[in-house]
Design a protein around this ligand. Structure first.
Ligand code: ATP
Ligand code: MN
Length: 462
């Protein structure tokens, strides 16, 4: 018989039908009435299935009474209305096959409470807990929602490289990729490591962004997006930074900053709706156990328009707030998380798009504004997580871009292909990057970003 997933079984309205289910034991209780209750979970939904195992089963004493949390079983039986409270249906077993036992003393996810810090040391087992199972399902739904959104709007999914020899931001913080012997790398006459002998014949790293390649494809195909892993070797031990995270980067030809901001807004609202529609059970769990108020907030944000403010206005309102910040706000500062959150949580009470940042704190490729001081950049800020999206209209004017790069001390020769896009049929274009884990964090209310990716990579954590 083919196995039915528990999520599907619980929604089945038939009674008395034969079913086969399989999963991991969460609890077992033995009743004096000659049977045991075995709760199993198979990951298809948050809820467990209650299995009634009668003492008359041939392996009752030898095996069923030895079932402990973590053991795996396959059960055949009939789907019945449940007499006990707590669940509508249960399966009355005719056969319980033990697939794998679980020694009670060793299994770390037994009955005792276990906190998220300890679970981070058990990434191979934590998906079996309610919280991490729910995170995995929400993460999956959001990923599908991302593809759906762009597919419906005619954006092409482009796979940009993970190994790269260019640094998108024009700054360090990249993980190096090399096959040279770290103990004895070949050296050129001046004593420096000779990367011409390295695997790629030059220095290579893991990408920090697919944007530069994404721009090339947008400037040929119109609207594109990337969705892939990105790597940052920055030593930020915060609850919103990972060393390896997934980024979604749409790029649109023939679009300006305003259209970019509209896309970001539609995109986020779409994802809030999708997760509300498809992950109700998991979101209720997060709302009850992780972050009270989460559901109501998502419902509100799925409909509400985002706030819009320029950087200059935002700094003015921070200065005028009377609030004491750890870093006192001033025009020209790079906004800190505390400022971002204050704007989203207190001033706008919801998502806000901040535009037109000072040129000095933003990347070289952002389009210079007419005021000579700011660039056509935008960040989308959310309550709780702060910055979730960073984007801009790109500088499409060749001379202006070259001047900005020279001013930043960049070597123009390394950016030949990027400059070519401005040399041959340059068009206005814009895009943004959304950190996928920050989105999952926001939708689940999980406090630490390390708990919304299956195997977190962070400083000293791999
Ligand atoms: P922050 O200021 O929060 O460190 P950033 O300005 O360096 O972020 P961008 O280069 O603009 O980030 O990247 C685009 C998006 O990628 C950010 O808005 C954020 O959602 C996400 N992101 C950036 N760095 C990280 C990280 N280390 N871990 C997880 N997500 C990140
Ligand atoms: Mn940013």
């Amino acid at each position: 018989m083919k196995r039915t997933k528990i999520g599907e079984l619980l929604a089945d309205e038939r009674r008395g039908v034969q079913m086969k289910v399989a999963g991991w034991v969460r609890t077992r209780r033995d009743s004096k009435g000659g049977f045991s209750f075995v709760e199993i979970n198979d990951g298809s939904c948050l809820a467990n299935l209650q299995v009634i195992a009668p003492a008359a089963l041939p392996n009752y004493e030898a095996e069923i009474l030895k079932l402990h949390p973590g053991a795996s079983v396959a059960v055949e039986g009939t789907l019945e209305a449940s007499l006990g409270g707590g669940q509508a249906v249960e399966v009355k077993a005719q056969k319980v096959k033990v697939l794998g036992f679980s020694p009670p003393v060793e299994y770390p996810l037994g009955k005792q409470k276990i906190n998220f810090d300890r679970l981070r040391e058990l990434p191979h087992l934590r998906a079996r807990t309610n919280s991490f199972g729910a995170v995995a399902r929400v993460r999956n739904t959001l990923a599908q929602g991302v593809h759906q959104f762009f597919h419906d709007r005619g954006f092409l999914y482009v796979h940009t490289p993970i190994i790269t020899s260019s640094d998108c931001e024009g700054a360090g913080e990249m993980f190096q990729v090399t096959t040279l012997d770290p103990e004895a790398p070949p050296r050129s006459k001046d004593g420096r490591v000779d990367y011409t002998q390295d695997f790629f014949g030059r220095r290579a790293s893991l990408t920090v962004s697919g944007q530069l390649e994404g721009e090339a494809y947008a400037c040929a195909l119109g609207d594109i997006y990337t969705f892939g892993p990105t790597f940052r070797a920055e030593n930020s031990n915060t609850r919103r930074h990972l060393s390896e995270f997934w980024m979604i980067e749409p790029e649109m030809a023939f679009a300006d900053l305003n259209e970019d901001a509209e896309l970001a807004e539609d995109f986020l609202r779409h994802l809030f709706k999708v997760v509300l529609e498809q992950c109700g059970e998991d979101l209720r769990f997060f709302d009850q156990r992780i972050q009270p108020g989460l559901l109501a907030r998502l419902e509100r944000l799925a409909e509400a328009p985002f706030g819009r403010v320029t950087y200059t206005e935002a700094v003015q309102s921070l200065e005028a707030s009377g609030q004491t910040f750890e870093f006192a706000p001033f025009w020209g500062m790079d906004m800190q998380s505390e400022h971002e959150r204050y704007l989203a949580e207190e001033v706008f009470k919801g998502p806000v798009v901040v535009t037109d940042y000072p040129e000095a704190i933003k990347a070289f490729y952002m389009r210079r504004n007419a005021d000579g001081k700011t660039v056509a950049a935008m960040d989308v800020l959310l309550p709780e997580v702060g910055e979730i999206i960073g984007g801009s209209q790109r500088e499409e004017r060749l001379e202006v871009l070259e001047a900005a790069m020279r001013k930043g001390g960049m070597n123009l020769e390394e950016y030949g292909p990027y400059l070519d896009l401005r040399r041959y049929g340059s068009v206005p274009h814009a895009g943004f990057g959304l950190g996928f884990e920050r989105l999952v964090q926001f939708c689940t209310g999980m406090r630490n970003i390390r708990d919304v990716i299956p195997y977190p990579r962070a400083p000293r954590m791999c």
